[in-house]
Write a protein that binds this ligand. Structure first.
Ligand SMILES: [Mg+2]
Length: 366
């Protein structure tokens, strides 16, 4: 998967640009924009953008702006951001004056040539800044521009008053999530893209469970990578339960505010002797109705009692209503049929109508 980038301006975007001289040249002048830290942290932790800082610092290193004056507040800002788990892949600082017309100065892209590589998805990347030159930079990169502050621009894909608006916009711009969940019992890493191609890679340590999660990705069209290091020396319980909890959380995050989704999904499918029915509602309210019994204690290494527990845990953390029924004889068929019908229901429920981005509830919130 190509990487998406967030090119983020510094002054006037992350930190306040001093109105008197536009220079943050002392610790006293260092102040963050409201919600910049908390929203950047959410963006860094929940979304899969590579963060890059791009800033013009007029005449940095000259008498008008000695480097030493710049370093202390800049380093303090970086330390605060790093301490909040906000890591920038690179920080690009242009030190020229505007009249020099340097190729490295925003909105020109001289400092950013490495990002034209095939590994980056510039078309789905964003520049966030408070000036029109930031929006021009986005155009020069083939990316999209987000303006923050009081100004608006028709050339920007979003003119946001604050970081809260930017966060919600980005959250809805791509339904992708990277999630890490660590406890004393399990370490879980999940990558989820709701608008994928059914590409998957599972490694939970429980073979049959992997096979069921493969079905989920394959038949719902999502891209899903799950890696789990669980306490399998005890038993499979924590591994399966915590994977369900993390997966549900990943779905909830990837769905964001659920604008334009179908919300409901249902599917009925046979598998030889078995008939399974799954109905799903991303209602925001967890509930599981379960009507399926198993005769065997385990299928492969997966305890059959953990199948219901998987879906209960998923419903709890995804805040969805799940109604699951299976009838027939063969336990392997029943479980596989349930996962396949769940996947098909999921595909229907998460479908996002590109022409109708309303939230599918008369309450206006889900
Ligand atoms: Mg700026």
């Amino acid at each position: 998967m190509k990487k998406r980038l967030l090119f983020i301006d510094r002054d006037g975007t992350i930190i306040v640009e001093p109105p008197e001289d536009y220079q943050v040249d002392s610790l006293e002048k260092l102040a963050f924009l409201p919600s910049a830290i908390s929203r950047l942290r959410q963006i860094a932790e929940e979304m899969d953008f590579v963060l890059v800082m791009v800033t013009n610092q007029d005449g940095l290193g000259t008498e008008s702006f000695p480097e030493a004056d710049f370093i202390a507040p800049h380093q303090k800002m970086m330390d605060i951001l790093t301490g909040e788990n906000i890591h920038f892949y690179k920080v690009h600082i242009d030190k020229t004056f505007e009249h020099e017309n340097a190729p490295t100065r925003k909105p020109r892209t001289g400092m950013l040539t490495e990002y034209f590589a095939e590994t980056y998805d510039l078309a789905n990347s964003f520049v966030i800044g408070d000036r029109l030159s930031d929006i021009e930079l986005a155009e020069n990169l083939g990316a999209k521009g987000i303006l923050i502050g009081d100004k608006t621009s028709e050339r920007a894909i979003l003119s946001a008053k604050n970081w809260d608006e930017i966060y919600h916009f980005l959250q809805n711009s791509a339904r992708r999530v990277h999630l890490e969940r660590k406890t004393s019992e399990t370490q879980i890493s999940i990558e989820l893209d709701l608008d994928g191609e059914g590409i998957y890679k599972m490694d939970t340590g429980v073979g049959f469970f992997d096979h069921m999660l493969d079905q989920l990705a394959r038949h719902s069209g999502i891209n899903l990578t799950i890696q789990v290091k669980g306490d399998l020396h005890i038993d499979e319980h924590h591994t399966i339960e915590d994977t369900a909890l993390a997966l549900g959380e990943a779905f909830q995050k990837a769905l964001g505010n659920k604008q334009g989704i179908n919300r409901y999904g249902h599917f009925s499918l046979p598998m030889d002797d078995v008939l399974t029915n799954v109905a799903l509602d991303f209602s925001g309210r967890p509930w599981l109705v379960w009507q399926a019994d198993f005769q065997r204690e385990k299928v492969g290494e997966m305890p059959t009692e953990m199948v219901e527990h998987f879906f209960k845990s998923f419903a709890d953390s995804a805040a969805c209503n799940l109604n699951i029924k299976a009838e027939g004889q063969n336990d392997h068929h029943k479980i596989e049929g349930i996962f396949k019908a769940f996947a098909k229901s999921m595909k229907m429920a998460i479908y996002q109508n590109p022409d109708d981005k309303r939230i599918p509830s008369t309450k206006g919130i889900l």
